[in-house]
Design a protein around this ligand. Sequence first.
Ligand SMILES: [Zn+2]
Length: 43
Amino acid sequence: MAKCEKCGVEVSTENLYEVNGSKVCEDCQLKMASSLSPSQPCG
Ligand SMILES: [Zn+2]
């Protein structure tokens, strides 16, 4: 098991993603990816 550096949830290593050098869970990875995207519609 590994721990998301963003929200602290425990996830299995295969569900851990690296974003900007941080190991995060899939949820945080998606949030970070969408926040990095310049043109994201509201909602
Ligand atoms: Zn997370």
